[in-house]
Design a protein around this ligand. Structure first.
Ligand SMILES: Nc1ncnc2c1ncn2[C@@H]1O[C@H](COP(=O)(O)OP(=O)(O)OP(=O)(O)O)[C@@H](O)[C@H]1O
Ligand SMILES: [Mg+2]
Length: 230
């Protein structure tokens, strides 16, 4: 089956139009891979018109899981429009959180372009081989990673940013360095969203404890480091 046929089986018309637009504008070429198929998205790699390899994350329009998270949208202060608009807003939020993390110097894929339900970003990997999530590729130095990831959480928090789904599934090991991905559940930090920050910290603490490390800091201590008034 030709490639375009395959994609038209997987994607709705709106998504195909959006892919075409990004291709026409030179941000992406043919979609290769896929490198990730989550419940909510497909991730491909591609090459842009400059020959740079990019990752292309496409949020699906036909998902049920999305219906389970209206409360999340409420926390973000935006809950208007039809289904497609909500997915597009969701994608834009993710892109904005990723951009913020990038701008404050967190190790994340460089954001390149956001269009409707599609994010184009730096491909983390080499020669078409994506870096693997730390849950699958544990070939890294925990002595370095643990404090570094806690520092990232603190730095993001001080910039009012919560990842919201931080775990070894969303941290890629690229050349022994941690790259945080998937800001789709990101939130602005406030007293209303503090529990999501606690969850992120607890996930990371639990993970490193399971690898045999002593807890660096309790979540409450880390939160005080971020903002004494929280
Ligand atoms: N920039 C990137 N470079 C390389 N690989 C990536 C990149 N972004 C995502 N991936 C790959 O695609 C997978 C899915 O991406 P992501 O976690 O952002 O989507 P998701 O829809 O939340 O998926 P899941 O439901 O599995 O968490 C990642 O686990 C990773 O393997
Ligand atoms: Mg993910």
């Amino acid at each position: 089956m030709p490639k375009s046929k395959v994609f038209s089986h997987v994607f709705d018309e709106e998504t195909l139009k959006n892919v075409n637009k990004l291709q026409g504008d030179g941000y992406i070429g043919n979609l290769l891979g896929p490198i990730g198929t989550g419940k909510e998205s497909y991730v491909f790699y591609s090459e842009n018109f400059k020959g740079r390899v990019v990752a292309v994350k496409i949020h699906r329009h036909n998902i049920d899981t999305f219906k389970a998270i209206p409360s999340y949208i409420r926390l973000r202060g935006k809950n208007t429009g039809g289904f497609i608009k909500k997915i597009n807003d969701w994608t834009r939020f993710e892109y904005n959180f990723l951009s913020k993390a990038f701008n404050i110097g967190i190790n994340v894929p460089e954001p390149i372009r956001c269009y409707e339900n599609i994010i184009v970003m730096e491909f983390i990997g080499a020669e078409g081989r994506p870096a693997q999530p730390a849950i699958k590729d544990s070939d890294f130095d925990s002595n370095e990673w643990y404090p570094q990831i806690i520092d990232y959480i603190i730095k993001m928090g001080r910039n009012n940013l919560i990842h919201g789904d931080l775990s070894p599934y969303n941290i890629l090991n690229y050349n022994g360095k941690p790259f945080i991905i998937d800001f789709s559940q990101g939130l602005k930090l406030s007293s209303l969203t503090k529990s999501f920050l606690v969850r992120d910290i607890d996930n990371i603490n639990k993970w490193f404890l399971s690898l045999g490390y002593k807890k660096i800091k309790e979540s409450q201590e880390i939160i005080r480091d971020i903002d004494e008034n929280l």
